[in-house]
Design a protein around this ligand. Structure first.
Ligand SMILES: Cc1cc2nc3c(=O)[nH]c(=O)nc-3n(C[C@H](O)[C@H](O)[C@H](O)COP(=O)(O)OP(=O)(O)OC[C@H]3O[C@@H](n4cnc5c(N)ncnc54)[C@H](O)[C@@H]3O)c2cc1C
Length: 412
């Protein structure tokens, strides 16, 4: 790539900005076609968020049938459907195997590498990209355009480049210390960006000092949560300032949107989803005698200490004691606010779909493509995030190839 303000070089060279899963996949598609690719990233190394995702086992994708799979993308489904269909879960799994990383399907239908880690996969992937001739410039931060040229802040001072095409894959705005800080949203020169909001996020709850001191960090196992008619079974975690974890994340988009309307919202917690209210009422209808309420709840309702603590927290908050079975099945948790974006697993919002064509090229910036979490979609955890990042990365790479061919900058 020419580092001055010169016209396009004879051989097309593509700048991929952002070395996360989306950018790396775009780079792979381009490099396999023989195009020169340089990946630029503001961090000292590539794929930092992918490595963090590996700490939780690296849920790569999901074995849902494609129709149910696509339903997870909500309003973005129509735009993502052809993109995911072109690089579907089966292709992702085959790609992973091609990197020497076998996979397995967990009991929930989620797909993981058997190592349950991201580091071997990333290492193998970066090695493959290097052997395909992909170059990487780390500590290069994209800071906008100067006409058609890309501007970067680098350790050697500011630089300006004019590639044949560009893929922007700058991620969302969660966990900014891993690289994607959402600062790009102010650099896009009038291109519409839906506000960046936390997705798959925990919520703030005003626990009592006593409850927080005793139960912060304790998991809530085999529970069900209900909000706005949707019920999710799973696990959650009490934190010092609230609640988080898989079951909460699954409802987090609806909870976040309800909180945006102002005021608190109430999440219903079922501490014994496996028992009917009638069965529970029969167990708790026995005389308690001199047994403490805690021991009674533990023995008759089978509640863990954290469950007992939650019932007591609700009683102190004014809930009636006369129907404990109802309370255990429908325990109100008052959520005050979503936790901040920097603690969310992913980001909702991003570059508006109206701004890109079907191959993910910006209408207002021909030759510039967008991929990954930077686009305006969200999905629950379960592998849907990485799948969409890799599928949009592949689509952007293919889009660049098509565009270069149209411009006769690359042989058909
Ligand atoms: C704790 C955690 C666990 C997760 N677990 C899973 C999981 O198990 N399964 C799953 O599907 N998803 C998971 N995710 C989400 C998944 O990691 C992300 O959706 C995915 O990494 C997004 O890919 P991306 O390529 O769009 O962006 P990113 O991975 O965020 O990469 C963007 C890159 O762009 C770079 N960048 C940003 N701005 C600039 C700039 N101005 N100039 C140059 N470079 C820049 C960043 O440094 C970064 O390297 C998890 C996320 C977190 C935080």
């Amino acid at each position: 790539m020419n580092e001055t303000e010169s016209p396009n070089p004879p051989r097309p060279t593509v700048a991929v900005i952002g070395g996360g899963p989306a950018g790396l996949m775009a780079a792979e598609v381009l490099a396999r076609a023989g195009v020169g690719v340089t990946i630029f990233d503001r961090m000292p190394s590539l794929g930092r968020k992918l490595l963090m995702a590996g700490r939780g086992g690296l849920n790569l994708t999901h074995s849902d049938p494609l129709d149910s799979f696509l339903a997870r993308y909500g309003t973005a489904r129509a735009r993502l459907a052809p993109i995911v269909a072109a690089f579907p879960p089966a292709a992702l799994i085959a790609w992973c195997h091609g990197l020497g990383q076998p996979t397995f399907v967990g009991s929930s239908g989620r797909v993981f590498p058997t190592t349950m880690k991201a580091s071997p996969l990333l290492r193998s992937w970066l090695g493959r990209l290097e052997s395909l001739g992909v170059a990487a410039r780390t500590r290069w931060r994209w800071i906008g355009w100067d006409g058609a040229a890309l501007r970067f802040e680098t350790p050697e001072g500011d630089r300006s480049l004019l590639p044949s095409a560009t893929v922007l894959a700058l991620g969302g705005a969660s966990w900014p210390r891993l690289g994607s800080d959402g600062a790009w949203a102010t650099l896009l020169d009038g291109i519409a960006v839906a506000p960046l909001r936390p997705s798959n996020v925990g919520f703030v709850v005003g626990w009592s000092e006593h409850f927080r001191g005793r139960f912060a960090g304790v998991p809530l196992k085999r529970i069900a949560l209900t909000f706005a008619g949707a019920t999710v079974r799973g696990e959650a975690m009490v934190t010092a300032d609230g609640i988080e974890g898989g079951a909460v994340y699954a409802l987090s988009a609806a909870l976040r949107d309800a909180l945006a309307g102002g005021g608190a919202v109430t999440l219903s917690l079922d501490l014994r989803p496996d028992l009917s209210r009638t069965t529970l009422a029969a167990k708790l209808g026995k005389p308690r005698g001199s047994v403490s309420l805690s021991n009674f709840l533990r023995k008759e309702a089978g509640l863990a200490p954290v469950g007992v603590g939650l019932v007591q927290e609700a009683l102190h908050g004014g809930a009636g004691k006369d129907d404990l079975a109802a309370l255990i099945k429908d325990l109100p948790i008052r959520l005050v606010a979503p936790k901040s974006l920097d603690r969310a697993i992913s980001t909702a919002g991003g570059v508006a779909w109206d701004e890109v064509d079907d191959r993910l090229m910006l209408h207002r910036r021909p030759g510039v493509f967008v991929a990954g979490e930077m686009l305006d979609w969200e999905a629950p955890t379960g592998g849907y995030l990485l799948q969409a990042c890799l599928s949009t990365g592949a689509a952007a790479g293919a889009g660049v190839l098509g565009w270069l061919r149209e411009g006769r900058a690359w042989p058909t």
